[in-house]
Write a protein that binds this ligand. Structure first.
Ligand code: CU
Length: 397
C-alpha cells in the first residue's frame, strides 16, 4: 500500500512538472520562441468540451454505483434509541437536498463549459451584473440553509433537553476515557456519582474516585456497559489524558470527552441487544461479515493457523476522535437488557464497589508485605551455610 501511495505521488509530481513547463511555454507565446501547436485550436476546445461531458458521466456513474453497492452500509433506519429516528430524518433530508443540488449544478456546470467552449474569433460577452439573477441565487440557498439549520437546532434542543422529572427517573453512568480504553462507573443505589479527580488516581482506584465522598461509597465499575431498555440513561463523560469522543452509533449518540471537565449526553434505549439481533438489516450485515470471516478462515487454516470465530452482533461504544496509536481499538461492548435482566445484573454487580476493591487491594498488599518481611528472616541463615559449602568445595579443588 505504501509503495502504491509513493508511486502515485511520484506520478502526480511528474504530471505537475510537465504542466508547469507547458505553462512556461505558453508565457512565451508571441515572443516567437514557441510554435503554434501549443495554442488550443477549435478542435482542441471541442475535444475538451466533450471530455467535460465524459467527466459528468463519470461522476453520475460513480454515484449510481455507490448507491447500488454501498447504500446498505450507512446506519439509517433501525436506530436503537428514542431520539434516533429524528437524527435519521435530519440526515436523510440533508442527503437528499445535497443529492439534488449536486446533480443539477454539476449538469449545468459541465453543459455550459461545453456550450461556451473556445472558438476562433469569438469574444466573451461582458455584462456587469444582473440583480434578478443574483437575488435568486442568494435567496434560494439562504432560505434552504436557514431551514436546515433551524430544523437542526430544533432537533438538537429536543435531544439534549432533559426535564427534571426525566432526570430524576434516569440512571446515571460515568464513561471514563483513557488511552486506549473505556471504563463505566455506575452511581449505585443513591444514583449520584461520587466526586472524582485525576489527583486521586492510585492503585485500583484508576478512575480517581474521592473515597471519602459519601456518594462514592456505592459506586461500582464495569468492563461491559449494561443499560436497560425503555429507561433514560444519563452519561457523564470524563477523559484522563487527551480528547476522546464517546460514540454509540446504533443509538445515534456522540459526545466529546474533554480532560478537566464533565460532558453529558442522555438517551432512552428502545431495542434490547437480542431484539436488535433479530432485525433483517442486522441479520444481513452479520451474514456478510461471517462470509468474509469464513473466507479468511480458510486461508488461515491452510496456513496451519486457527480459524476466526463467527461474529455475533453487539452494540458498541467507540472512540470517534483520533486519540493515538491504538485509537482504532478503543471500544467497549454495550448490552441493552430488558428491565428484569438489568435488575439482576445490578444485583450481581453492585456489591463489587470501588471502595470495597480498594480495601481488598490494601489488605492483599499488607498481607504480601508481611510475608515478604518474614521470608528474609528464615532464609538469612541458609545462604551463610551454603557459601561455606561452596568455599570448602572450591578449596578442595
Ligand atoms: Cu480515544
Amino acid at each position: 500500500m505504501t509503495t502504491f501511495l509513493v508511486l502515485t505521488v511520484v506520478v502526480l509530481l511528474a504530471v505537475a512538472l510537465w504542466q508547469l513547463t507547458k505553462i512556461f511555454d505558453l508565457t512565451q507565446v508571441g515572443s516567437g520562441n514557441v510554435n503554434d501547436t501549443q495554442i488550443a485550436n477549435d478542435n482542441d476546445n471541442k475535444v475538451n468540451g466533450f471530455l467535460m461531458f465524459a467527466f459528468l458521466g463519470f461522476i453520475y456513474l460513480t454515484t449510481i454505483l455507490c448507491l447500488l453497492y454501498y447504500s446498505d452500509l450507512p446506519l439509517i433506519g433501525d436506530s436503537a434509541s428514542e431520539h434516533g429516528p429524528e437524527v435519521d430524518r435530519l440526515m436523510v433530508i440533508s442527503l437528499v437536498l445535497i443529492f439534488i443540488v449536486q446533480t443539477v449544478t454539476q449538469a449545468l456546470l459541465h453543459y455550459f463549459a461545453f456550450k461556451y467552449r473556445g472558438r476562433q474569433g469569438q469574444k466573451a460577452l461582458y455584462f456587469a451584473d444582473n440583480n434578478k439573477l443574483e437575488f435568486i441565487w442568494s435567496i434560494i440557498p439562504a432560505v434552504v440553509l436557514a431551514g436546515l439549520i433551524l430544523y437542526g437546532l430544533y432537533a438538537w434542543t429536543n435531544i439534549m433537553f432533559v426535564d427534571e422529572k426525566d432526570e430524576q427517573d434516569a440512571i446515571v453512568i460515568e464513561l471514563y476515557a483513557q488511552q486506549f480504553k473505556w471504563e463505566a462507573r455506575y452511581a449505585g443505589a443513591d444514583n449520584v456519582l461520587g466526586k472524582a479527580n485525576v489527583r486521586y488516581i492510585e492503585g485500583v482506584n484508576n478512575l480517581g474516585v474521592d473515597l471519602s465522598d459519601p456518594n462514592a461509597q456505592d459506586d461500582f465499575t464495569a468492563a461491559e456497559l449494561h443499560i436497560p431498555k425503555g429507561k433514560r440513561v444519563i452519561f457523564k463523560m470524563r477523559s484522563q489524558d487527551v480528547l476522546h469522543s464517546a460514540y454509540m452509533p446504533h443509538f445515534r449518540a456522540q459526545m466529546n470527552c474533554v480532560p478537566g471537565m464533565v460532558t453529558s449526553f442522555s438517551f432512552v434505549p428502545t431495542l434490547t441487544t437480542a431484539e436488535m439481533r433479530e432485525k433483517p438489516a442486522i441479520i444481513q450485515k452479520v451474514a456478510n461479515i461471517n462470509a468474509i470471516r469464513a473466507k479468511k478462515s480458510e486461508e488461515l487454516v491452510a496456513k496451519g493457523q486457527t480459524a476466526l470465530d463467527p461474529y455475533t452482533f453487539d452494540y458498541l461504544l467507540l472512540c470517534n476522535k483520533i486519540c493515538g496509536a491504538s485509537h482504532y481499538n478503543m471500544q467497549m461492548k454495550i448490552v441493552v437488557d430488558s428491565p428484569e435482566d438489568f435488575k439482576n445484573w445490578l444485583k450481581e454487580n453492585s456489591p463489587k464497589t470501588i471502595v470495597q476493591a480498594v480495601k481488598t487491594a490494601a489488605a492483599e498488599a499488607k498481607a504480601s508485605e508481611e510475608s515478604a518481611t518474614q521470608q528474609p528472616k528464615d532464609s538469612a541463615a541458609a545462604p551463610a551455610a551454603d557459601t561455606t559449602v561452596v568455599a570448602q568445595a572450591e578449596m578442595k579443588q
